[in-house]
Design a binder for this molecule. Structure first.
Ligand code: 13P
Length: 253
């Protein structure tokens, strides 16, 4: 049985350490003892030490929105995986659409990051998803297949089944409306089939696939009812602790 998992990336919406501290405290008050679902938040790097204090002994785990694809060396401005580990990060987000498009993140490096996440004992949250133009030309599924193959390339089955695949169609991120629940469910089934074909039944049964892209308290109700949707990955509508809690509550079975 896969445990439901709800994550929130603060991106740069929360843009001060004070605000991060307050939000972390609010979340902890509401959900710090909730153990029926898994929860994580992903603040900006410099906020992590403060959140590690606020969320000490909390059920809410934290992680980073990115990290370097190498362990050390001349990589100006990058953050080493070891530092994230030292700061107590349980998760690291890899390959978000904004990183793929604004920062030219490539599949090869995404794969390196996934492997490093395991080396340093963190769970990678790997973002995959087709763009509007892929969808229009009916090649969304092919695009996703390629992203999955790259992301999981070279992983053992034990590691592969721990990966969290965040299905985030690029055309549904930051919009008024999310993808329809039927569309998401269908894609999740497709993703699970790809994993089954490449890594076997066991991995495909255990791997968790969550949906991201304009998720909020309302549409998360319907998303939570679908068998193949193991949780959601929230942006704008999860920044208020109350909203995040409503979303989490929807996923409690
Ligand atoms: P929004 O929920 O703001 O659309 O962002 C989704 C997302 O990209 C989460 O990683």
């Amino acid at each position: 049985m896969r445990k439901q998992i709800i994550g929130s990336s603060w991106k740069m919406h929360i843009n001060s350490i004070n605000m991060a501290e307050e939000t972390g405290e609010d979340l902890n008050k509401l959900l710090g003892h909730e153990s029926r679902v898994e929860m994580f938040i992903l603040p900006s790097f410099p906020m992590i030490p403060k959140l590690s204090e606020v969320l000490k002994n909390s059920s809410i785990k934290y992680g980073a929105q990115n990290m370097c694809y190498e362990e050390k060396g001349a990589f100006t401005g990058e953050v080493p995986p070891l530092v994230l580990k030292e700061l107590g990060c349980s998760y690291v987000e890899i390959g978000h659409a904004e990183r793929r498009s604004y920062f030219n993140e490539r599949d090869e490096n995404i794969n390196k990051k996934v492997r490093l996440a395991f080396k340093y004992g963190m769970i990678p949250v790997v973002c995959i998803g087709e763009e509007e133009r892929d969808k229009k030309e009916n090649i969304g599924e092919i695009k996703i297949r390629s992203q999955i193959l790259w992301a999981l390339n070279g992983l053992s089955k034990e590691d592969a089944q721990e990966v969290i695949l965040a299905y985030e169609p690029v055309w549904a991120i930051g919009k008024e409306e999310a993808a329809s629940v039927d569309y998401v469910e269908n894609m999740h089934g497709h993703i699970r089939d790809i994993v089954k074909k490449e890594l076997g039944e066991e991995v495909s049964k255990n791997i968790r696939i969550i949906y991201g892209g304009s998720v909020g308290p309302e549409n998360s109700k319907e998303l939570s009812k679908r068998e193949d949707i193991d949780g959601v990955f929230v942006g704008r509508f999860g920044l208020e602790a109350e909203n995040f809690k409503s979303i989490v509550d929807n996923f409690i079975r």
